[in-house]
Design a protein around this ligand. Structure first.
Ligand SMILES: NC(=O)c1ccc[n+]([C@@H]2O[C@H](COP(=O)([O-])OP(=O)(O)OC[C@H]3O[C@@H](n4cnc5c(N)ncnc54)[C@H](O)[C@@H]3O)[C@@H](O)[C@H]2O)c1
Ligand SMILES: Nc1ncnc2c1ncn2[C@@H]1O[C@H](COP(=O)(O)OP(=O)(O)OP(=O)(O)O)[C@@H](O)[C@H]1O
Length: 521
């Protein structure tokens, strides 16, 4: 693929991104970075000048397209700076080889001085001082000083073997599934970014419709909900959606709330994401799980207010809701993209049910346990096509990283930052001394099979709800879902996560030792 093809591929990815439609789709976010990375991975490094010119053109186009989002811009700038550096070194090396009459490496360097003209795309230069001809840029002499190539030893100059990497997708090599984070030019493998960075959401048009979700059976929540809905209408002139139960509660208070909307049938319910700009939750973590479960596809940004006991996913203080909502609606806001797992139950007895049965999306975890049976579970676990292990115990938890601080933690799993893409594989009371929990990469598909010789059926539950029986021969298949749950941060992903484990779990709290033996107060 030529660099010019890359530029259009990059633009196509970005113009279709669902960020522009107000929804956050992890695949689209990845695509925007992927465009640049693909470009970087495939652009010929030992090219002619034409290639270099084409390359800089392509990079400019992609970088321009990426400027549409702050995240994309930051990424494009970082990549462009790095590539400009490599471009300069490469060009200087070409010239050096040409000057020394070394044509064995297939280089076609310039005939003029080794200074590189500015790319002219607004990116800063890398700070090299010109010592050769007074033009802006880097000279081959500097490359030599940097030790990239030594003219005194050019006869001994060794070229590293060239190679390409490709990524396997379900047993097949595929360029489309090439990972976007590793570059391998000249045999040096580097990683640009290892997981998604802090994401910032900036409104291009102000939010107009808010869905307020509340935990049931709480007077405090009911009072706060009425107050907030009134404020959102009177001060912000917003459209408000609530659940039918909440609408009735509000109307029983005052007919002022007549403007509040709800949904009637399933179709209106499943179209909710097309109307709602922002979801506000009033409750604990369970209310955030509830909110996530309402959206089977894209999820609007959620602002979770803490009115529960622990509140790992609810960083906002309800006492200061006006200030918080003001700042969220003004933006920009840091968000955590919480990955979800997509689970399918595959029945042995009804093979066609697979097509009909809706996948279930979980934000915390899917648990496969022994239910009311007093027998050990007997679960065969596969990761893609590899057999992993057999779970004989109380069961198994397949958890997201957001769910790592919930049931999985109680079963001995690690706590994992919610932006780390991975699937936790945590046994529940395994009857074995060596069954330690695992964390698997995000791209795998996990299959939990109840074998025909199992003494009893197993039970699957999804975020602690909706129990389904898995009879002998049935299986549960689980992989990362395409639709994450964007939750607003009070500080940022990392700050909020650390605060939640410190405040919620008192993680590693201990009196500090002092040098003189006295206890610090
Ligand atoms: N032994 C256990 O720890 C255990 C057992 C069953 C269910 N659970 C958890 O309860 C969740 C359902 O929550 P619910 O509120 O509907 O039920 P719930 O009302 O029974 O509350 C469960 C508790 O888990 C906490 N919790 C939920 N999600 C969390 C997260 N991501 N990080 C840290 N703590 C979290 C909640 O704050 C609450 O205190 C399930 O997804 C499961 O993770 C835990
Ligand atoms: N809008 C809702 N409709 C029905 N059930 C809900 C709704 N919101 C929350 N729930 C359920 O209510 C239960 C309690 O909610 P939540 O976890 O938010 O409160 P909590 O238990 O007081 O707080 P915490 O989870 O911090 O201990 C959960 O099981 C949750 O699934």
């Amino acid at each position: 693929m030529s660099p010019s093809q890359f530029s259009s591929a990059g633009e196509a990815n970005i113009s279709t991104t669902q960020l522009e439609n107000g929804f956050i789709d992890s695949a689209s976010l990845v695509n925007s970075e992927k465009a640049v990375h693909e470009l970087l991975q495939q652009t010929p490094v030992h090219g002619t000048d034409d290639h270099l010119i084409e390359f800089s053109e392509a990079l400019r186009t992609v970088a321009k397209a990426l400027r549409r989002s702050a995240e994309g811009k930051a990424s494009a700038q970082a990549e462009a700076a790095e590539w400009k550096r490599k471009y300069e070194i490469e060009k200087s090396r070409n010239q050096l080889l040409k000057q020394k009459g070394n044509s064995s490496g297939g280089h076609n360097g310039d005939s003029h001085c080794g200074c590189i003209e500015s790319l002219g795309n607004g990116y800063t230069t890398n700070g090299h001082i010109n010592r050769c001809c007074g033009k802006e840029g880097i000279c081959c002499e500097e490359v030599l000083l940097d030790g990239e190539a030594d003219p005194r030893n050019h006869n001994k100059m060794m070229r590293k073997a060239s190679f390409k990497l490709s990524w396997m997708c379900k047993g097949e090599k595929s360029d489309q599934h090439k990972h976007d984070i590793v570059s391998f030019e000249k045999g040096d493998i580097t990683t640009a970014s290892r997981s998604s960075k802090q994401i910032s959401l900036k409104w291009e048009t102000p939010p107009q419709t808010v869905l307020v979700l509340t935990k049931p059976n709480s007077t405090t929540v009911r009072v706060l909900c009425a107050d907030m809905v009134r404020w959102l209408r009177e001060q912000k002139n917003l459209n408000i959606y609530v659940e039918q139960r909440v609408k009735e509660e509000l109307l029983s208070n005052s007919c002022f709330f007549k403007f509040v909307e709800t949904w009637g049938d399933d179709r209106e319910f499943s179209d909710l994401h097309t109307k709602v700009d922002l979801v506000v939750t009033l409750g604990g973590d369970g209310t955030v799980l509830w909110a996530a479960s309402m959206f089977k596809g894209p999820v609007p940004p959620i602002v979770p207010f803490s009115l529960g006991s622990l509140g790992f996913m609810t960083p906002f203080y309800s006492e200061r809701y006006q200030e918080c909502l003001d700042s969220v609606m003004k933006g920009p806001i840091s968000i955590t993209l919480r990955h979800r797992l997509q689970c399918r139950v595959i029945r042995d007895k009804a093979k066609h049910e697979y097509e009909a049965e809706e996948p279930i999306l979980v934000l915390n975890e899917v648990t496969i346990d022994r239910g009311i049976s007093s027998y050990l579970t007997n679960l065969e676990c596969y990761c893609d096509s590899s057999f992993v292990t057999r779970v004989q115990g109380d069961g198994l938890i397949l958890s997201t990283t957001s769910g790592s601080t919930a049931y999985s933690l109680a079963a001995g799993g690690s706590m994992v930052h919610p932006q780390v893409p991975g699937i936790l594989f945590t046994p529940i009371c395994p009857h074995s001394l060596s069954f330690r929990p695992l964390i698997l990469p995000e791209h795998v598909t996990i299959r939990i099979q109840v074998p025909f010789n199992s003494r009893s059926p197993a039970w699957a539950s999804f975020d602690g709800k909706d129990r389904k029986q898995l009879a002998a021969g049935d299986a549960l298949v689980c992989s990362m879902a395409a639709w994450p749950v964007p939750t607003a941060c009070l500080e940022d992903s990392t700050g909020d996560f650390l605060r939640s484990i410190q405040d919620g779990l008192h993680w590693n709290q201990r009196k500090t030792q002092s040098s003189d033996g006295l206890r610090d107060l």
